[in-house]
Design a protein around this ligand. Sequence first.
Ligand code: OSB
Ligand code: MG
Length: 378
Amino acid sequence: MKIDKIKLQRLKMPLKAPFETSFGKVVERDIILVRAFGGGEVGIGESVAMPFPVYNEETTGTVFYILDEFLIPKLMDIEIQHPDEISSMFSSIRRNNMAKAVLEMAIWDLYSKQTGQSLSSAIGGTRDEIEVGVSIGIEPTVEKLVEKVEGFIEEGYRKIKVKIKPSWDIKPLSAIRNRFGDSIPLMADANSAYTLKDLNLLKQLEQFNLMMIEQPLAHDDIIDHAKLQSVLTTPLCLDESIHSVEDARKAIEIGACKIINIKVGRVGGITESKKIHDLCEEQNIPVWCGGMLEAGVGRAHNIALASLRNFTIPGDTSASNRYFEEDIIFPEVKLMKPGYIKVPTQSGFGFDLNEGLISKLVYLEKEYKLCSKLSKKY
Ligand code: OSB
Ligand code: MG
């Protein structure tokens, strides 16, 4: 496949309401759109890094820098047959997975357009609809949280995930169970807010019949998660700790989790995501597609990923209107029926770009001709 040119656009998108987790509050998305041009087609990807290095070590700024300085120059003078080759080309650069992922996503989209198939079929997806849930941040009061949960249940979301942290755990979870009963599919995400010193508290969460507890312990830990999982019946799900298929293999081997949340950005791309998916399928570990408050482009890539067979638990890919007044794609992502999103069948990622909105939001643009004097850094 041919790639002639890469274009980066940096833009800010306000969220409808602040989203608060144990690591802090996000009020707007700071996004990099990557466009890969070749053979008369354009592929697109969206960076999921946060503006501050609080979820992981990357930020929108580091993603821009790593793309500019190292990853885009690596695409010069190369001949690739298939996007699966990209991740090994990038492997000499340590980590910086969100930077690698956004460029690889654009190349996957370009490849699926050049070969006239949907992104979902290009990556091996088998579903024509995906089951989805919603992630709810830490709210100012328990009453506000319960009100939000009620609204999302009415919209039909098939999994309710609530953020927890010390001092915001037992109370909100009890309130939800008291109000809606034991049958709603409920889970909690701690974003690494606890340690094994909180074992008694974590054991008390068992009473809530949660589908899983996501990343209760340190962002870089699997050992303590294994200790915790050995004394809990509730499944643990890893998010922050898994950056590669190797991480997933080790975590499963030592019993650190029973479920894995896959995010393309966190693991460095679609190829690595597929590897984790395949390993988990072999090992009977269900997976689901996580989210990073993506705008439409990232959301569409998540839909394609979640169409793979072992995505058996509803993911965090909610409709565009969950976070945004207006999205950067047409049509915006909607629930086709309560709790389900249709997997597009058109070629590529399956939506049109809302160029009018994008041009209003962009504040930085840079283009790279891959046949020019771009110099490789090493
Ligand atoms: O831990 O899954 C997470 C958002 C930003 C950073 C980390 C996480 C999240 C979410 C929101 O939970 C998921 C979404 O709706 O996109
Ligand atoms: Mg999480």
